[in-house]
Design a protein around this ligand. Structure first.
Ligand SMILES: [Zn+2]
Length: 62
């Protein structure tokens, strides 16, 4: 089992080598906080963060 890391672009947590959301491969372990969206269509926070896919996200990445 790999360690989860956060995508620098869309902040999605993943264990893959390529981000399933933005298809980039730039990740960081340097992040602040995490938030889990179960229904992005109903979440105001998800809307503000421009999140369109359910999942776990870092609140801030460096
Ligand atoms: Zn991404």
């Amino acid at each position: 089992m790999g360690k989860k890391k956060a995508c620098r672009t869309c902040k999605l947590f993943t264990e893959e080598d390529i981000c399933p959301l933005c298809k980039k491969s730039s990740f960081t372990n340097n992040f602040q906080g995490r938030i889990h969206f179960l229904d992005v269509k109903k979440s105001l926070v998800a809307h503000e963060m421009d999140v369109t896919l359910n999942g776990e996200y870092a609140i801030k990445v460096r």
